[in-house]
Design a protein around this ligand. Structure first.
Ligand SMILES: [Zn+2]
Length: 332
């Protein structure tokens, strides 16, 4: 296929889907894949649009400002390099060029930099709340029955992947399963005033509109990272209440259906390449983005990133609650 033909096909695809390719500058595939997911998160785009940056944040090194501009430029087919300034800005903020990054780390870094650098604090908090999974950590002393509670939150749900076949539902259940900590893992109980065996677990306090799930496929052992290619199946939509059985008051809060709209894919072993599957808000179809290239895809192709035999494995999953999509109706 000639370059000009390929370019015209890709322009047609981006007109129909609203998804456009991003050139790979200095190993930017990780940021490119994340930008595709941010662009598909119209809730984030809308919040950034409500922000009127003050003069002091009008600087080329301000992450929320450059992200806002990049997401705008990505919507303009005439812009050849919509993300160049954002990549420069990341580099200035120590997310360096020419380095292979971990997508979940960069995702957190960008959200944290938005919190630090956005002049409108209430909008910054709204952006955080978009992703914020609030939980209560409970540490139950098995000796005196005292329950220590710690409030905590996650911006992405970090799920352990076992070296076997996994389902997303099982991974979520095991994250919330109560764990007994004994022997060397004993916890200091304030009431007993010494280390005692405990049972620990997390309880969900609130769920966000955008649920980001991080499949922990990298395991580090004595300084070396190893990637797990094991199968993790995941559904196109699910309801947390069907996965976690809680007491009635909590159960009602868990009744939230989530629909998958972005999958960040890691290919290769430790050094690798990032791509993304994006479900277009315009036509509700799946698209595969590999840096500059955008192709129509199908749910069957997305499912090939489950792992097991495949070289390309889903690494981050982004779900949104049903009813928060800005374009309703034509869901397939
Ligand atoms: Zn105790």
């Amino acid at each position: 296929m000639g370059m000009s033909l390929r370019r015209s096909i890709s322009l047609d695809v981006s007109r129909v889907s609203g998804v456009r390719g991003l050139f790979n500058y200095n190993l930017s595939c990780c940021v490119n894949a994340l930008l595709q997911s941010f662009s598909a998160t119209t809730e984030l785009f809308d919040l950034l649009n409500r922000w009127q940056p003050s003069a002091e944040s009008e600087c080329p090194h301000n992450i929320p400002l450059q992200l806002k501009r990049a997401l705008h430029a990505m919507r303009d087919p005439q812009q050849p390099a919509p993300h160049c300034d954002f990549l420069d800005c990341l580099h200035y903020n120590y997310i360096l060029r020419y380095i292979e990054h971990d997508a979940d780390e960069v995702f957190h870094a960008i959200l944290n930099l938005i919190q630090q650098q956005m002049s409108d604090l209430s909008l910054a908090a709204e952006i955080k709340n978009l992703y914020k999974i609030t939980m209560e950590g409970q540490i139950h002393c098995l000796e005196c029955a005292y329950v220590h509670c710690v409030s905590t939150f996650f911006l992405s749900l970090p799920l352990h992947v076992s070296e076997d076949k996994n389902t997303l539902e099982d991974c979520i259940r095991s994250f919330f399963a109560v764990q007994k900590l004994e022997n060397s893992e004993k916890f200091f109980c304030d009431r007993c005033e010494e280390k005692k065996p405990t049972a620990q677990g997390f309880k969900i306090v609130s769920l966000p509109s955008i649920l980001c799930i991080h499949l922990k496929r990298f395991r580090s052992r004595s300084g070396f990272a190893r990637k797990l290619f094991c199968e993790v199946t995941f559904p196109e939509s699910f309801n947390m209440a069907d996965i976690l059985k809680e007491e009635k008051s909590t159960q009602e809060m868990l009744v939230r259906s989530y629909n998958l709209f972005a999958v960040i894919v890691h290919s290769g072993v430790t050094f690798g390449h990032y791509t993304a599957y994006i479900r277009s808000m315009q036509d509700q179809m799946w698209y595969f983005t590999n840096d500059s290239q955008v192709y129509p895809a199908s749910w069957k192709e997305v499912q090939q990133t489950y792992g097991g035999l495949g070289y390309n494995t889903a690494y981050m999953l982004l779900y949104r609650t049903v009813g928060t999509e800005t374009e309703q109706g034509s869901s397939s």
